[in-house]
Design a protein around this ligand. Structure first.
Ligand SMILES: [Fe+2]
Length: 259
């Protein structure tokens, strides 16, 4: 993290659970957005509200010319017009907004979430002295049985934190530090508003006003299921390695995704 400005509350665990967001949002705001497929599983779609230059695309700002860090997202006029409340929520912290998008996630199983654990690349080109970019994760649909999974150590389930995704569930996460994914137990897609926010005084105040806490209440899971998912994680990693090896392809930058 170098000499970046950070949020003190994130120092210990890397996340803060905020008060549930009480803002009501008409589901048309996220259902009527324009979505685009982007990496990950192929069934996950994103609807960007901001992008590098205001186009409907989800590429990292550092992949454009000239490259820049994940800040100063340009609002996409058509999307912001479709989802004005979501745009307001993304601006509510008063922090610099980088990438901002709605994610649509199809139901999956716990082992999928464990395999999908990844860290983000929010701070590429972010200079020392500037604010560390973290992520706001605001659940839009009411997915009380689904869990945001966070791990300090990808391969150690003992480091796992599980946060239920009721409507309005709001978490600020250092997603470049913590491995993260969602286990979505449901029959319909889960929607969430994901925003890159720059750490600084405005965000510190915002998190404080919403009573941010650095420890979520424990959510126990069946130990056998967790063990099985670990085994499946290693099996899939080995399978992927063999496939890439057979194709003569070196592993691309592993487990670092812009989602
Ligand atoms: Fe991510």
């Amino acid at each position: 993290m170098g000499d970046h400005v950070t949020l003190p509350i994130l120092a210990e665990t890397g996340y803060a659970v905020l008060d549930r967001c009480e803002q009501r949002v008409d589901e048309r705001e996220w259902l009527d957005l324009e979505y685009t497929g982007w990496r990950s599983s192929g069934i996950t779609r994103f609807a960007p509200l901001t992008s590098y230059a205001g186009e409907i695309e989800c590429n990292g700002f550092w992949n454009h010319t000239p490259p820049r860090t994940d800040k100063d997202g340009v609002w996409i006029a058509s999307q912001a017009a479709t989802a004005p409340t979501l745009a307001r929520l993304a601006r509510a912290a008063g922090a610099n907004v980088g990438r901002c998008r709605v994610v649509e996630l199809q139901p999956n199983v716990y082992a999928d979430a464990v395999y999908n654990l990844h860290r983000d690349d929010n701070n590429r080109l972010n200079p020392d002295g500037a604010g560390w970019v973290v992520r706001s994760m605001l659940n839009l649909t009411d997915d009380a049985d689904s869990l945001l999974i966070l791990r300090e150590n990808r391969f150690d389930p003992a480091t796992e934190v599980r946060i239920p995704l009721v409507a309005g569930s709001h978490v600020v996460v250092d997603t470049q530090r913590l491995w993260h994914a969602v286990w979505h137990r449901g029959v319909r897609p889960r929607y969430a508003l994901i925003t890159s926010w720059e750490s600084g005084e405005a965000l510190r105040v915002f998190v404080g006003e919403r009573h941010g806490v650095a420890h979520a209440a424990p959510v126990p899971l069946d130990a056998r299921m967790v063990d099985d998912a670990q085994a499946e994680l290693h099996r899939r990693i080995e399978e992927r390695r063999r496939i890439l090896e057979a194709l003569g392809i070196g592993e691309p930058i592993p487990w670092l995704q812009e989602i």
